[in-house]
Write a protein that binds this ligand. Sequence first.
Ligand SMILES: Cc1cc2nc3c(=O)[nH]c(=O)nc-3n(C[C@H](O)[C@H](O)[C@H](O)COP(=O)(O)OP(=O)(O)OC[C@H]3O[C@@H](n4cnc5c(N)ncnc54)[C@H](O)[C@@H]3O)c2cc1C
Length: 335
Amino acid sequence: MQLSKQNFQERTDKVYDAIVIGGGAGGLSAGVYLQRYLLSSLIIDKGKARSFWMQELHNYLGLPPDTPGRTLLKHGKDHYLSVGGDLLNAYVEEVVEEGDIFVVRVKIGRQDSIYAEFRTKYLIAASGIIDNLPFLDDMQNVYEYAGYNLHVCLICDGYEMADKKVGIFGKNQRSLEVAFSLGWFTPHITLFTQDMFDVTPQFRQRLEDYGYELIEEPIEKFIGENHQMTGVQLMNSSVVELEAGLISMGSQYHSGYLSSIDIQRQGENLVTDKMCRTSHPRIFAIGDLKVGLNQVVIAAADGALAATGIWQDIRREKGVKPRLDKIDSSFSLVS
Ligand SMILES: Cc1cc2nc3c(=O)[nH]c(=O)nc-3n(C[C@H](O)[C@H](O)[C@H](O)COP(=O)(O)OP(=O)(O)OC[C@H]3O[C@@H](n4cnc5c(N)ncnc54)[C@H](O)[C@@H]3O)c2cc1C
């Protein structure tokens, strides 16, 4: 059922088998599997998933390669609701552990917000990350191209950049190292520091050896039309022509709500076992938030693993009892 400000009270007394925080590819996949295991679940999602910014999903088996992320999300939500899941558009502020129950505190609505609490035995953290973008005075200019041919993911879009003249926009020398992986796809690489950081003489030499250009002058704006970036204009008014871009500026991790819970991390990613269970036995982490490859297909697979792990736990705890009511009393083993 779609929950809202009007009807959410119907569920505040319930203890769900699992609450999934995040309704992107991972969370929706987990939700579908949980429901199909006849467990009760609630997905809480604040919207604008990373996959929402994906204009074309080029590498997901069975879908046309121009499928936008928003189409995938819409089908996922419809599917989840069709198997009886609860879905709430809200922001999870905090998760608190009370005995063997988690209390999930949410804010519903940006205006005239209502605060509510939901309860669950298991938690799936599927809240993902969001990419940092180059910071310009006119951010609208960045949004115009980001996610189109100004890419954020080499694994997703290296193929799209093959043999093209590509600009890399980094936040420090380490982030520019991606140039050497991009070199697999194209030799025509220009790196931009925007005068935000220095690079060592050794790194400079390495770039020269590979034939990559380094530009330190800050960028004034991206240029192009119809969401296709064709270059950048620098602060000194010169123009650098490009056919694609790759942003390598790190990400923000959406896991602040777990701050009161001791959980193992690697950097900001959550560490999990092969079923996506974290160091906390009743918290699973899936998709971009956990250590691993940031891909839609991985997030969807993670959802299946986490839901299966939860089902196995609950099934073992409850046990499967013989359905005596279904046994035909006229049937006897002793004939
Ligand atoms: C421009 C772009 C292009 C991409 N192209 C591809 C591609 O071609 N192929 C590919 O495989 N991958 C691609 N990716 C990567 C892909 O989008 C991610 O790997 C995938 O979306 C991860 O899914 P997820 O479920 O982990 O996270 P997400 O899809 O980001 O979903 C997380 C959800 O949790 C919500 N959330 C976060 N915090 C909270 C909170 N506190 N309370 C409630 N909700 C919260 C978010 O708003 C979001 O809706 C691309 C990404 C981008 C940005």
